[in-house]
Design a protein around this ligand. Structure first.
Ligand code: GLU
Length: 419
């Protein structure tokens, strides 16, 4: 998906963002230097017996960017484009994201370079279990806690939890989050990211004095984040005019019912051909004349080649890093209200935090309680980011980074340098 004209190295993007935030933080440059390096990175070989009897070796990664504010936290992605720079950048964004939400975690990310669609269920399980056993001593409920990300789900988290538990000899539900409820998962976790995206869109609409009911939205990506975002927007009275995924997209000026679309995907296996809709391409979707745009797929989908075409008033980053730095500038000039990833999609890791807390205390809360707590934390973070944007006269992304990086800087300062 990387745009041809703008070669983006995500880790370079992180470094540039740190430099930008530093100008407003006026802190010890030695602390900033520390944050420009991930604490630990593990590269593992993951040999898997394939169904045809051959052994295939996959590359696996787990990077812990920071453990200064608490154990590191972040998802595991299974994707052909996974590499060390991408995982390291995503780990740093997790550090800022947890700090923006003020939850007691640092940041990590992991992944396996693979195309999971090409794997049978058995191969996927063997890959997950071997990867988990290779990173076993790196992770743990007090150390580093994985979760779902692109192409990983509850079942994969269950296999990871089981593999870890079998190795240490007792059940350790708190080693991963995003698990099925039956084995220590949390109510509300599977919908948390999309629900959080919508809480942030509601706050943005209030700030811009826009009435959400009757607004139109386009959602790119119909995985965990896209589906729950579309459903929750629909509940707020927003008309979903277009949805797309890797297979293609659907458009209807009259609006799409996301629940019916989900059923259609379950029965036909594809988003395409949903009754009452026209086909639409991913690029066309991004350029639609709509009020709200939610890129909820992968990085760098909005770049200098297509940013000029964006017409939405509010852009909420459901995915991590969907807008390139040059596109960011273009959108700012166009006065698009940006809700940056480390705020917009922080609902997922926030309910992961609730799941971890519930696992550690062996006491579980109901969904209403989870959703209320999630909303409270996200609204506080939104207001804080807006106040920083006003005070420093910066865009929302820079404001969120000033908040997140600033909190990590303070923690590093207080802890000092070991030894
Ligand atoms: N993968 C999600 C994210 O990027 C969730 C991480 C987590 O719950 O730890 O925020």
């Amino acid at each position: 998906m990387t745009p041809q004209m703008e070669r983006i190295n995500p880790w370079q993007m992180v470094l540039a963002q740190i430099d930008k935030a530093e100008k407003h933080l006026h802190c010890d440059p030695n602390i900033i230097e520390k944050l420009k390096h991930a604490e630990r990175a593990l590269l593992v070989a993951v040999p898997v017996r394939m169904d045809d009897g051959k052994v295939k070796v996959f590359k696996g990664f787990r990077v812990q960017h920071s453990t200064v504010r608490g154990p590191s936290k972040g998802g595991i992605r299974f994707h052909p484009d996974v590499d060390l720079d991408e995982v390291t950048a995503l780990a740093a964004w997790m550090t800022w994201k947890c700090a923006v939400m003020n939850i007691p975690f640092g940041g990590a990310k992991g992944g396996v370079q693979c195309e999971p669609k090409g794997l049978s269920l058995g191969e996927l399980e063997r890959l997950t279990r071997r990867y988990t056993s290779e990173i076993l001593h790196f992770i743990g409920p007090d150390r580093d806690i994985p979760a779902p990300d692109v192409n990983t789900n509850e079942q994969i988290m269950a296999w990871m939890m089981d593999t870890y538990s079998m190795q240490v000899g007792h059940s350790v539900p708190g080693v991963v989050t995003g698990k099925p409820i039956a084995i220590g998962g949390s109510e509300g976790r599977s919908e948390a990211t999309g629900r959080g995206v919508v809480y942030m869109i509601i706050e943005a609409a209030k700030k811009l004095e826009i009435n959400l009911s009757g607004c139109t939205a386009a959602v790119q990506g119909f995985g965990n984040v896209g589906v729950s975002t579309a459903k929750n927007l629909y509940l707020e009275g927003v008309k979903i005019v277009a949805v797309s995924n890797v297979q293609g997209g659907v458009y209807s000026a009259k609006g799409i019912d996301p629940l019916a679309l989900e059923d259609h995907i379950k029965t036909t296996g594809s988003i395409v051909g949903f009754p009452g809709c026209d086909a639409i391409g991913n690029e066309e979707l991004l350029a639609l004349d709509c009020d709200i745009l939610v890129p909820a797929a992968l990085e760098n989908v909005i770049h200098k080649g297509n940013a000029h075409q964006i017409k939405a008033r509010i852009l909420a980053e459901g995915a991590n890093g969907p807008v390139t730095p040059i596109a960011d500038e273009i959108l700012r000039e166009k006065n698009v209200f940006m809700i940056p990833d480390i705020l917009a999609n922080a609902g997922g890791v926030t309910v992961s935090y609730f799941e971890w807390v519930q696992d550690l205390q062996n006491y579980f809360w109901n969904e209403a309680e989870i959703n209320n707590r999630l909303r409270q934390l996200m609204v506080v973070a939104f207001k804080k980011v807006m106040a920083i944007a006003d005070e420093h006269q910066v865009d929302n992304r820079t404001a969120a980074q000033i908040l997140g990086i600033g909190r990590v800087v303070e923690a590093v300062r207080l802890r000092g340098l070991y030894p």
